[in-house]
Ligand binder design. Structure first.
Ligand SMILES: [Zn+2]
Length: 428
């Protein structure tokens, strides 16, 4: 892709309202644009990264045997009234009347809709277990949208649901998803913690949150530095007994070490729902013993947009983003310092063409801009490798290669550029 033909609206300064570093950099690198409070557009670079995150999640979920489907965002309010959650969710739910005067909602989650499907199709124990998942947009009328895409009113989630005959089946699927989540977050290069959490309005008894300790996080975790015990138990919303206890004692319940409270980003949350939804919505199956029983369910969420922010919180410096290879919108930036110089231009287009032929995702900054501006933008958008083409180096038949993560450059013979770049990319 040629930079001059791309929509990459970089900014020198972040708008004043941005607090978290990820939010600032997403705005400055031209990944997102705010439409209104808590509602963002993903511009081409941001959309590319989002797609890469989805792809990693999809690959790992598919590998585990889970099946992808797509549920509607538009849902009848009646379904939520039947499950008893309509009131519980309250004003966070976006609802309205359609032209037939039927109350509709924009789904903040999908337990009700998926249970309706389970009720329709999983009639016999022979059809169980199953795991279904989707990657889809959810809506919440947040009272205080903040931290850019971390707490927004419209966001993308991967949500999976398991269906089992009994508790043992659920335990097995829960463990399977717990392990899959470790694989996903490891692959995303995120230094996460899996902590015991409060199930909240999802219901059920056991739940775990996958948290990334980060300065720009909007959640809190309490963590014991001596024995690595950690919890997120309602440290954010209403104070519960545990929070009060933790605040008072500040002691680790395991080893009595002093707890540290730190901010974190919630990346994922998994729940053992049990029969909460199948019972209220009547999703029953006929078991081997001839008895009708409610399906035992689990649900497993990942905040897809959040992962983009989390990756930036973990991978940046004062100059901008440092994308991990698998998430980067492009792998390589070709940057001729002076596009007016005929030789520089020729070499830049040649390298660009060669890399493209080899299926390397490459961006060519052929803008007629000052070198300083181009170099600043290059560090800001954070592609892993920059090929910098300058007139002086070219006279010696050389080219500069900068690895963004290391902040260091090397020079290589012009004719070896492609070979050298590909070997760097393999090591990233
Ligand atoms: Zn401890």
């Amino acid at each position: 892709m040629l930079w001059s033909e791309s929509l990459i609206p970089t900014l020198k300064e972040a708008p004043a309202e941005a607090e978290a570093i990820s939010h600032k950099l997403m705005l400055r690198a031209g990944l997102i644009r705010k439409l209104s409070s808590g509602v963002y557009s993903y511009l081409p670079l941001g959309w590319k990264v989002l797609n890469k995150v989805e792809q990693i999640i999809r690959q790992e979920m598919d590998k585990s045997g889970a099946q992808e489907l797509l549920l509607p965002a538009l849902q009848p309010a009646k379904l939520w009234k039947d499950s008893g959650r309509y009131k519980e969710i309250g004003e966070v739910m976006i609802s309205f009347r359609n032209r037939r005067d039927k109350e509709m909602t924009l789904g903040p989650t999908h337990e009700e809709v998926i249970t309706e499907i389970a009720k329709a199709y999983f009639k016999s124990y022979r059809q169980l277990p199953q795991i279904l998942y989707q990657i889809q947009t959810k809506f919440r009328d947040e009272p205080r949208p903040r931290f850019g895409i971390l707490r927004s009113c419209e966001f993308i989630m991967k949500d999976a649901y398991s269906f089992d005959r009994d508790r043992q089946g659920l335990d097995k699927n829960y463990q399977k998803m717990y392990d899959v989540y470790h694989q996903i977050f490891d692959r995303l290069g995120l230094d996460f913690l899996a902590v015991e959490a409060d199930p909240g309005i999802m219901g059920g008894d056991i739940s775990h949150e996958f948290m990334l300790p980060a300065k720009g996080g909007e959640d809190n975790i309490a963590r014991c530095p001596s024995c690595s015990w950690a919890t997120s138990h309602q440290l954010r919303r209403e104070a519960s007994n545990i929070t009060e206890q933790l605040k008072r004692s500040k002691a680790c319940p395991k080893c009595k070490g002093e707890l540290q409270i730190q901010t974190a980003i919630e990346l994922g949350h998994i729940f053992k729902l049990g029969t909460k939804y199948s019972q209220t919505l009547g999703a029953k199956f006929l078991d081997e013993d001839g008895k009708e029983k409610p399906i035992v369910m689990g649900c497993y969420g990942i905040g897809v947009n959040r992962i983009v922010a989390a990756a930036i919180e973990e991978n940046h410096d004062k100059d901008g983003i440092i994308w991990p290879g698998e998430l980067s919108p492009y792998q390589v930036l070709v940057l001729p310092l002076n596009i007016q110089d005929k030789k520089s231009r020729e070499v830049a287009f040649k390298i660009y063409g060669d890399l493209k032929k080899d299926n390397v995702e490459v961006l060519l900054d052929e803008r007629d801009e000052r070198a300083g501006i181009k170099l600043k933008d290059a560090d800001l958008i954070g592609l892993p490798v920059q090929i910098i083409i300058g007139e002086r180096n070219l006279q010696e038949g050389k080219i500069e290669i900068k690895i963004r993560k290391k902040g260091k450059s090397e020079t290589t013979k012009k004719d070896l550029t492609k070979f050298r770049v590909c070997s760097i990319l393999n090591l990233l």
